[in-house]
Design a protein around this ligand. Sequence first.
Ligand SMILES: Cc1ncc(COP(=O)(O)O)c(C=O)c1O
Length: 482
Amino acid sequence: MDHTKKPVVEALETFLASRPVSFHVPGHKHGLLSGLPEGLKAALRYDVTELSGLDDLHAPAEMLAEAQTMLAHVYGASQSYFLVNGSTVGNLAMIRTVCASGETVLVQRNAHKSVFHALELASVQAILLTPEWDEATCTAGSVSSATVREALERHPDAKGVVVTYPTYYGTTGNELQTIVGIAHERRIPVLVDEAHGAHFIAGAPFPPSALKLGADIVVHSAHKTLSAMTQASFLHVNSQLVDVDRLTRTLSMLQTSSPSYLLLASLDDARAMIAAYSEDDKQAFLAWRREFIGQLSAIKALEVIETEDPLKILLRQKEASGYTLQHSLEEEGIYTELADERQVLFVLPLLTVAISYPTQSICEAIDSAVQRLRGAGEPVPENNESIEETPHKLVITTSAQSKKDTTWMPAESAIGLELAAAIIPYPPGIPLVLSGEKLNPQLIQEICHMMDSGAKFQGAVRANGPTTEFEVLRAQGEDCNG
Ligand SMILES: Cc1ncc(COP(=O)(O)O)c(C=O)c1O
C-alpha cells in the first residue's frame, strides 16, 4: 500500500482547484464571510462539507473509505475509523458497543473521565480495578494481570475489560498481553484507551502497541502524539468478539453529522506521518532526546525522570511543587503538558531526520526557571501511594444518580455524604473521586491541599470565597428547599 498517498487531502485540493461556487453550508463560504484574521481564515477554504466527490464519514465509499482502509493497514486493524470528537467519543462508543444497560464491565480505576462518562451514559455497572503504584512517576500505573484474573473470577458475567495503556504519565507495565489472554480465555474483549500511544507502532524502544498485543478495540488521540489537529482521533477494531456493525452504528449516533474536513484531512496526514516514520527518523529522535536529557540533567536542582514511553519525561525541582515549576517555566515561554504536586510532564515532539527542536536555548530557559526557584523551600510530598488514585479494593459503582437532588455543602458538612458528580483534577482528567462515592476527611484534606497548591478541578468541588464546597446528594426525604 502506498502510504505517501493522502486521499482526503488530495480530494480537497482537487475540489478547490475546480474553483467551486458555494451555495451550501458552511455559511462562511470558503472563508469569504469570515471575520477571522488572515492566518485562521486561510484554513477555512478547506472547511467544506459532504459534497460530490468528498464522501460521507457516516457512509464512507470514496476517499474517506480509502483513507480509513489505509489507516487500518498501518495499525494492523481489521477496521479503523476517523473520530472528530476525540478519544472521548471513541471511549463512549467502545463501551456502549460491548455492554448493554445493566451489564458489568471491568475498568481500570485511573481511567480518563470519558470512560466513566461512557459507563454512566450506557448505564453499565463497573468493577473498578486497582492499578499498581508506579514508583518512577509517583502515580497510579497499569493494572496487573493478577488483579484482572481475580476480578474475572469474582465477576464471571463481565462483558469486557477496559484498560488505559499507557497512562497519561507514560506508564505501560508489561502485562497487557497477559490480560488480553485472560480475557480471551473467557471470550470477552479488551478495550484499550491508548489515547497517548498512537506513536507506539514506531517500534522499540516505544512500548508495543495495544493492537499488536491482541487488544480488541483501541482508541488513539492522533492529536496528542502525532500531527493531527486537536479533537482528531482514531478508533481501531481487530476482534472476533466485537460486533463491528454495532460499533459503526454507535459511532454514527455519537459523532456529529457535520464532521470537519479540516480534522479529517489532519487525520489522513497523521496516518501518512506515522506510516512514513522510519528507523532513521526514530534514531534521530532518540539522539535528540539523549542530548536534551543530558543537558537537562546538568541543570542544578533539576531532576529528570524517564518513563516507559520515550515521548514523555518528568521534571522535578526539589524545592518547589510541580505547579510552581510550571508557572516559572511559563515565565520563560516553556509550556508543559501538566503539573502535579511533585513534577511537570513534558510531551516530547516525535522528531524526524528533517525536523528538529533547538536544545541549547530551551535548556537555558529551563535553567533560568529552575534557578529562580532555588530556596523556595516548598514542601514536596514523599513518594507515598496517594489515596487519590489507589482505591485498595474492587468497588462496584452504580451510574450517576442524576434524578436525586443535589446541593453544595462546605467541606465539614460534606463528610460521609455521596458526591453528586466526580471530582476531576484537570489535567489529567482522571477522577480522584467518582460520582456516588462518599467523602471522608482524608479525601477532603487531600483535595483542599491540592487546590491550595494550584491544582485545577472539574466537577463536584468549588471554591466559594474562602470556603471549599462539595456538590453532594441530599439525604432521602431532606427538604429540597432547605
Ligand atoms: C487517557 C485519556 N483517554 C482519553 C482522553 C480523551 O481524549 P480526547 O481529548 O482526544 O477526547 C484523554 C485526554 O486527555 C486521556 O488522557
